[in-house]
Design a binder for this molecule. Structure first.
Ligand code: GAP
Length: 444
């Protein structure tokens, strides 16, 4: 289990497993990779979907005060002008004059005597910091001029603000209520790194929760607690998580209070999610810029107001990395060391693996029948190659909670063996009871 010290070996082991087993590949690898972008392989895409689905379930499905949205990724400059991103969504950039590398000034640690050195070549010949805007700029249509400028969104949040009126009118929700969105965001990070922790293309899971202004502090506390609990419920040990309130000089241009949920990554504490009190900053800014009123009339109180917004903003790709790191373990089963991903069943890429004991034709029809039965309900793997021990290890390594083995006795007694990942315990049960057995353990 991870301690509080940086643990590069653990990180290397997780990265190697992700590559070896098809979770995450460096993007454009056959061309030498592409600037810290990553592709999610057959198991990674499944797990990432599960992370996003777990978020959607807790935010939208299990609540009646939050609705969903899927807004465009491309947007006109007007949105980003009003939101303040064109002016202030910047990081301080410094160049090393010796080796020409570029760094984020706020990530450079001065030495004890106050000298700041280039982390690559140790030169002190660095430029003064200058603001670098993180948004990706592009053009829509065939003519690339000022009139066709568009931006890839650097956060999903603005989609919720510019659709506030649409959602209010079409759903008849009233504050307190929220709009949730999951999707890609893009930032031209100066120093991407730490695997998928900081990339230029990533996925976010964001909620904008609109509340009467006086209730904002109460809802802020509510969401900090709720979001911390979400990570714990999905298997991250509490002692590897912490809540860190921002210092006033760290706050984003729109926030009066932010608390991060942080995880103890192998390289140290890192943000998983920020919960911010964005006040009425965004709705007011868009109302002023667009000329549309973005307020709410409370008929009961006969009062018109611009709601304040509490925003829990999480990274889907970054959370997936945290879930993988927290789940990675090695133990001994039957005198052999095994690698096991102790993923919460909700997050595991495969829920069940169906394993015929042998490849013989006599077993295949029943094994395929069992697969058909389970597959309707759970995403499954089917594996009939190599020894059963090796196949168990392969499933342990990718976090499959249950293996169902069909053997020659199954043909006579209609029973299968179900093996549980963490304990490696096996039970034999009738095929007719299989779905109930799995459901009791997987449908948490
Ligand atoms: N709407 C507010 C907002 O975007 P943020 O703290 O900049 O706030 C929210 O981003 C979350 O998105 C972060 O906590 C992190 O999990 C994820 N995130 C941000 N930048 C990222 C990047 N470059 N790579 C991966 N994930 C990132």
């Amino acid at each position: 289990m991870p301690g509080s010290e940086p643990d590069p070996q653990r990180m290397e082991a997780v990265v190697a497993l992700c590559k070896r087993r098809g979770f995450i590949f460096p993007s454009a690898e056959i061309y030498g990779g592409f600037r810290s972008t990553y592709d999610y392989g057959p198991l990674g895409v499944q797990m990432l979907r599960n992370v996003k689905e777990a978020w959607w379930r807790s935010m939208v499905q299990l609540r009646d005060d939050i609705v969903g949205l899927d807004a465009a990724i491309l947007g006109p400059p007007d949105i980003w002008q009003a939101s303040g991103h064109l002016a202030t969504f910047t990081d301080p950039l410094v160049d090393c004059r010796s080796c020409k590398q570029r760094w984020r000034a706020d990530h450079l640690e001065p030495s004890e005597d106050g000298t700041v050195r280039c982390p690559s070549c140790a030169s002190t010949d660095l430029t003064e910091p200058r603001d670098f805007n993180l948004m990706f700029k592009t053009h829509t249509g065939p003519v690339a001029d000022e009139g066709s400028v568009a931006y890839l969104r650097p956060e999903t949040a603005q989609g919720m603000f510019v659709n506030f009126k649409n959602v209010l009118q079409t759903t008849r929700k009233k504050p307190p209520f929220g709009i949730a969105q999951v999707g890609k965001s893009f930032r031209n990070e100066i120093t991407p790194g730490n695997y998928v922790f900081r990339t230029r293309e990533f996925e976010q899971m964001e909620l904008e929760f609109f509340v009467p202004p006086a209730h904002a502090p109460k809802w802020f506390d509510h969401w900090v607690e709720e979001r911390f609990r979400w990570y714990v419920e999905l298997g991250i040990p509490e002692d590897q998580l912490r809540i860190r309130p921002h210092d006033p000089d760290e706050l984003s241009h729109y926030s009066v209070a932010t608390s991060d949920v942080e995880f103890l990554f192998p390289f140290g504490w890192g943000e998983l999610e920020g919960v911010a009190n964005r006040t009425d900053f965004d709705l007011k800014a868009h109302a002023e810029a667009s000329g549309e009123s973005l307020d709410y009339f409370d008929q009961a109180a006969n009062e018109r107001y611009v709601p304040h917004v509490i925003e829990p903003a999480a990274g889907a790709t970054r959370s997936m990395m945290a879930f993988l790191v927290a789940a990675y373990d090695q133990d001994e089963v039957g005198g052999e060391v095994r690698t096991v991903l102790r993923l919460h069943p909700r997050l595991a890429p495969y829920k069940v693996a169906v394993l015929p004991l042998s490849k013989k034709d006599t077993l295949t029809p029943l094994a395929r029948e069992v697969l058909g039965l389970v597959q309707r309900r759970y995403i499954c793997d089917y594996d009939d190659t190599q020894s059963i021990g090796k196949r168990y290890r392969r499933q342990d390594e990718v976090g499959t909670p249950f293996c169902v083995t069909v053997d020659f006795d199954s043909l006579d007694d209609g029973q299968v063996t179900v093996r549980e990942r963490d304990s490696a315990q096996q039970v034999r049960l009738p095929i007719k009871d299989l779905i109930d057995h799995l459901a009791a353990r997987l449908d948490l």
